[in-house]
Design a protein around this ligand. Structure first.
Ligand code: KDG
Ligand code: MG
Length: 409
């Protein structure tokens, strides 16, 4: 079963997506997601110019060999562009193999370990009343686990907080910088944030009670001691996790945070290989692996990380914002259903334009996701719908402190 056609598809239905489509000589078609938010064309070029010639006439069944060939063979290992490109190939090959077997992909990963994957959504508000409306809207959609982000008094727009106050429409699409020619610059002040966040969680617990599962994302903005302080001050509100409290590059930073708080810790959406987790996993400094299938070399890459994490009772919390395409989401769901150390799945929901290009068979019912029973991944790509949405240059925002210093985020 050889690969005879390699297509790199770039379209912007609501936002930019890079999709790899592989066709085999017996007519099977597999899809992989290679979207890297704000740097999409770098992955598209890597795939088109450097990977496509290597795939033609390869046996589509040889998934692990192809993974190693692209990872070791390139000499330049790791990095978000390389690993997103490898992910696109890997997921497309798994899609093909599962279709050839006539089974949904999770069956090839060991079969179902659970009936559904518990998902969390993103509630946010510029202030507490808006936040409460957003939480209620998510509960009405069925979510039992909700991430909480709010504006900070004295600051302008805060990343991760919806700007629309319309009830039921509060969503923050991780659309790079709202399509301005250059990145939007946002303001940040960590002391003001640290003063405000515990008051938000106190208000949420008072209003919604102890059973609602709550999460929070720090977007890499704190020093270790600031993160330790926040984790400690949030303990009374019983968070499911505090995500990305410190910058991702420094694994040792989490040691100090861990020594000071029992708030569970999650990190990894900017990571792309098992080496980014080596200290974090072996020293049990985290509780959840936050990587995306799309940014860690696909199902084969993320499975290696999750199997390693499982030995240390660390669970999955696979990245699932809107900049992961429905192809990347479906791949995550097949893993979620199959692995033993599943924790939770992020699910922001895509908009209508995205869903018209990527036809999906996965479902969201009563707070749980399921990849469906179609052979393969269960996602198809509509070329005609995609043609109406050409690529648009876009950047993620940049974050500056009040004195103008560029800050982590
Ligand atoms: O591309 C960046 C986004 O995917 C990221 O900021 C989303 O932090 C995020 C999350 O937790 O989903
Ligand atoms: Mg995050």
């Amino acid at each position: 079963m050889n690969i005879v056609r390699v297509e790199v598809l770039v379209a912007s239905p609501d936002r930019n997506f890079v999709t790899l489509r592989l066709t085999t000589d017996d007519g099977l078609v597999g899809l992989g997601d290679g979207t890297l938010n704000g740097r999409e064309l770098a992955v598209a070029s890597y795939l088109q110019d450097h990977v496509a010639p290597l795939l033609l006439n390869r046996d589509a069944h040889r998934i692990e060999d192809t993974w190693q060939y692209l990872y070791r063979g390139a000499y330049w290992r790791r990095g978000p562009v390389t690993m997103a490109a490898i992910a696109a190939v890997d997921v497309a090959l798994w899609d093909i193999k599962a279709q050839a077997a006539g089974m949904p992909l999770y069956q090839l990963l060991g079969g179902a370990s659970r009936n559904g994957a518990r998902a969390y959504g993103h509630a946010s508000g510029r202030d507490i009343p808006e936040l409460f409306d957003s939480i209620r809207a998510h509960q009405a959609q069925g979510y039992k686990a909700i991430r909480i982000q709010t504006g900070v008094p004295g600051l302008g727009t805060v990343y991760g907080v919806a700007s629309s106050p319309t009830v039921g429409q509060q969503r923050y699409d991780y659309e790079p910088a709202r399509r301005t020619a250059l990145p939007v610059e946002e303001q940040w002040d960590t002391p003001a944030y640290l003063r405000h966040v515990p008051t938000v969680f106190e208000a949420v617990r008072n209003e919604f009670g102890p059973e609602l599962t709550l999460l929070h994302d720090g977007h890499h903005r704190m020093t270790p001691i600031q993160a330790a302080k926040l984790g400690k001050s949030l303990e009374p509100y019983d968070l499911f996790w505090l995500e990305d409290c410190t910058p991702g590059e420094n694994q040792e930073a989490l040691r100090l945070v861990r020594q000071h708080t029992t708030t569970p810790l999650a990190i990894g959406e900017v990571f792309n290989s098992v080496w980014d987790y080596q200290t974090l996993i072996s020293e049990q400094l985290i509780d959840y692996v936050r990587s995306a299938v799309t940014h860690t070399g696909g199902i084969s890459g993320l499975r290696k990380i999750l199997d390693y994490a499982a030995q240390y009772q660390i669970k999955s919390g696979i990245h699932g914002p809107t900049d992961i395409s429905p192809v990347g989401m479906a791949a995550a769901l097949h893993l979620d259903i199959a692995i033993h150390n599943f924790g939770i799945q992020e699910y922001m929901r895509h908009g209508d334009a995205t869903n018209q290009v990527f036809r999906q068979s996965f479902t969201f019912t009563d707070g749980y996701l399921h990849p469906g029973e179609q052979p393969g991944l269960g996602v198809t790509y509509d070329d005609q719908a995609a043609a109406a949405h050409p690529y648009q240059s876009a950047y993620l925002p940049v974050n500056r402190l009040l004195d103008g210093t560029v800050h982590d985020w």
